[in-house]
Design a protein around this ligand. Structure first.
Ligand code: ZN
Ligand code: ZN
Ligand code: ZN
Length: 380
């Protein structure tokens, strides 16, 4: 969360008004008197602007019935000038240092029985609200807001397609920078610059996992010098200016791979990733997609080397619902978007992952990443 996203393209007022309305209805359906939405992706979803979270309270109060209010410190209110609050029917309640902002929220809500706070609300605000709201039960807003955010509209899907195309252009250029004799950090810095050049607001993460580092799925970059014969996992992404994220992994080798088992193992991974993508359609459960990838990897004897879930939802957050994991019986619906990213990790030796973002369509699946899935053999 940062201030950098304050002035960027936002959905039009009609779309935002519809979201606010649906949020209020979802709160009512969950027997919740109000949502208290903190700065971050939930706020961006509802207002078109993420704002920033600081020690001073900013919260969007969305009552199940009645007029929403944006409670914001007077000195930070100018940051919300682009939000069409009048058209959205949002009252702006500013406060100054010395005021009790939590009391402002409590007065607004009367005597609520239950309020839902955004999942990533700082604890200092959560606890102060608890005190101000007396007997009100506090719950998480995540399960309520997720009802909206997991079902993406056409504009959001377009945004994810644009993000996918942008990160694909970066992967297409990785051979410019990834070669023997350079450190992961040097390669990562070049990739980060290209992520911005190709249209992102910033690079959110750049994983360059060479050789044994590739066996650590959330490796970052290190000072390791890349060698001829290394297998290298490159997992990169970030938000476009509109806030929607890219996230894609391809696996490269520097010349022909050093280890004799790479080709056969990678072929298993490729089949697993394809099996999972092929399984995606409305009505299939999230865990069935996970199983589709996992079954292929387990059948080939690599089950113990696939050490994470198959995927995660993506949108205004890089990781959001729905999670593609055993135990998640959520039936997929058109408009859901998530990664399909199985990996096989050989501890101490090398790792590989293939990751595309896919969208559930009316009768199947669309991948927003379209780079080839084969192991990319680069000049050493
Ligand atoms: Zn991850
Ligand atoms: Zn991912
Ligand atoms: Zn990734």
């Amino acid at each position: 969360m940062s201030r950098r996203s304050l002035h960027t393209p936002a959905p039009d007022a009609a779309a935002l008004r519809a979201r606010l309305h649906r949020a209020a209805k979802a709160a009512a359906a969950a027997d919740t008197d109000a949502l208290l939405v903190a700065p971050g992706s939930d706020l961006r979803y509802l207002l078109g602007q993420a704002g920033g979270s600081f020690e001073r309270l900013t919260t969007l109060v969305v009552p199940a019935e009645g007029t929403p209010a944006l409670v914001v410190p007077k000195l930070e209110a100018p940051g919300y000038a682009d939000v069409p609050t009048d058209e959205l029917g949002i009252e702006v309640l500013t406060w100054v240092d010395g005021d009790d902002a939590y009391r402002l929220v409590a007065d607004r809500l009367g005597k609520p029985g239950r309020v839902a706070v955004s999942d990533f609300t700082p604890a200092l605000h959560v606890l102060a609200l608890r005190t101000a709201l007396g007997d009100a039960e506090q719950t998480l807003a995540g399960p309520i807001v997720r009802e909206l955010r997991t079902r993406k509209d056409a504009a959001e899907i377009d945004a994810l397609r644009a993000a996918g195309a942008a990160i694909d252009r970066v992967h297409a250029r990785v051979g410019e920078w990834l070669r023997a004799g350079r450190t992961e950090a040097e390669v990562g810095a070049d990739i980060a610059a290209a992520i911005v050049e190709e249209g992102h607001d910033h690079a959110d993460f750049v994983i360059v996992g060479s050789g044994p580092n590739g066996a650590s799925p959330h490796h970052d970059v290190s000072g390791r010098v890349i060698e001829r014969g290394d297998v290298v996992v490159v997992d990169i992404g970030g938000p476009l200016p509109d806030g929607y994220n890219s996230d894609s992994t391809r696996t490269y080798t520097i010349g022909e791979p050093r280890d004799a088992d790479v080709a056969d193992t990678y072929a298993v991974l490729q089949r697993a990733q394809q099996a999972a993508v092929d399984a995606v359609r409305p009505g299939v459960t999230a865990e069935q997609v996970d199983a589709a990838a996992r079954d292929v990897i387990e059948a080939a004897g690599f089950g113990e080397y696939f050490i994470h879930r198959t995927g995660h939802g993506i949108g205004l957050d890089v990781h959001e619902e729905p999670y593609i994991i055993a135990g998640n019986t959520l039936p997929l619906e058109a408009g859901m978007a998530f990664s399909v990213e199985p990996g096989i990790y050989q501890p101490g030796r090398w790792g590989a992952r293939i990751e595309d973002i896919v969208v559930v369509t009316g009768n199947g699946v669309e991948a927003v990443n379209t780079r080839p899935h084969e192991l990319v053999v680069l000049d050493a």
